[in-house]
Design a protein around this ligand. Structure first.
Ligand SMILES: [Zn+2]
Length: 316
């Protein structure tokens, strides 16, 4: 069975040290990271085991992507937009960041632990599908959401509005939060502030949430939903503590989504909405993640972790 790559992290996927130069484990058990080096110098080829994970998840024709000058500029912008906390933790813990050209068929991003270091000694790699460098957030989220639904002949279809926002900023916020989570232990136990009242364990939501339609999607292995029923599912999501359907997949995904959306809320001026339109193109339902008051109430806890009330990155 194919596993969405993003879930590998939540499932405790660990990349074994392979003995190559990139994953040589130092005597202390820590893969050598030049912690003084700028984050952009960590961009390069991934561990062979990462490529294998993408292949296992259904990707084919995988190549390391060489960034153009314009792509470097977009990447630098997305890096600068990360909260200061995220940049500080990546500086210490990010071993490698890779862009892969691949035929779609698997997930878009993978954050994985490298070696066996924990806490201060933990090392990570982030691997991203290279086409994210050129993708809009509207296109990225539109594809991700639409995948949950099946055409049912009603003519209803799904569309995401996100202005000129780019996918890379959002995906990097999400993936970097996986590293922050692992280093700080944000989802380490069900009593952690961001977990309490929402998750009983990494994959088990509290009983009050378990029966919500919001948790009956493909992200929790439910079958595709007829598009005509989409409004009922988004209504349930709007009343849940989850900012997106993807957040229901597992606690680490919930926290990664929460931080990404909190920063979009604090830093971006464009509204992001999921719209269900009828055959004539009329909007029949809108889900505005940032109008989900149950989920956005949790932003207070995100701000406490970030140590910043508003935008925590550099969005010039
Ligand atoms: Zn994720």
């Amino acid at each position: 069975m194919r596993i969405a790559l993003g879930l590998l992290m939540a499932a405790g996927f660990v990349v074994p040290a392979t003995g190559t130069a990139a994953t040589t484990v130092a005597p202390s058990g820590v893969p050598a990271i030049d912690v003084a080096s700028p984050l952009r110098t960590r961009v390069g080829a991934p561990e062979p085991s990462i490529v294998a994970a993408y292949a296992d998840a259904g990707a084919s024709d995988i190549h390391v992507h060489v960034l153009t000058d314009a792509e470097w500029a977009r990447f630098d912008t997305a890096l600068a937009r990360l909260p200061a906390l995220h940049r500080r933790i990546l500086q210490r813990h990010l071993k490698r960041l890779s862009f892969l050209d691949l035929k779609p068929g698997a997930g878009s991003a993978l954050t994985a632990r490298i070696g066996e270091g924990t806490g201060e000694d933990a090392a990570f790699s982030i691997t991203l599908r290279a086409s994210l460098l050129d993708e809009s957030l509207a296109s990225f989220l539109g594809t991700k959401e639409a995948n949950l639904f099946a055409d049912d002949g009603t003519g209803q279809h799904l569309q995401v509005e996100a202005g000129a926002l780019d996918a890379l900023t959002y995906v990097l916020l999400h993936e970097a939060t996986h590293v922050v989570d692992q280093v700080l232990g944000l989802t380490a136990d069900s009593h952690a502030p961001l977990m309490a009242g929402v998750w009983e364990s990494a994959r088990q939501p509290v009983a009050a949430q378990a029966s919500s339609l919001a948790l009956q999607t493909g992200f929790r292995r439910a079958p595709k939903i007829p598009l005509g029923k989409a409004p009922a599912y988004y209504q349930a999501l709007a009343a849940s503590p989850f900012v997106s359907f993807y957040a229901t997949a597992a606690a680490p995904e919930d926290i990664a989504e929460l931080f990404a959306w909190q920063q979009l809320s604090a830093c971006a001026t464009q509204a992001v909405n999921v719209q269900i339109r009828d055959a004539a193109g009329q909007v029949v339902f809108t889900y505005a993640p940032l109008a989900n008051r149950v989920a956005t109430a949790r932003f207070t806890q995100v701000q406490q972790v970030l140590g910043v009330q508003g935008c925590a990155g550099r969005w010039a």
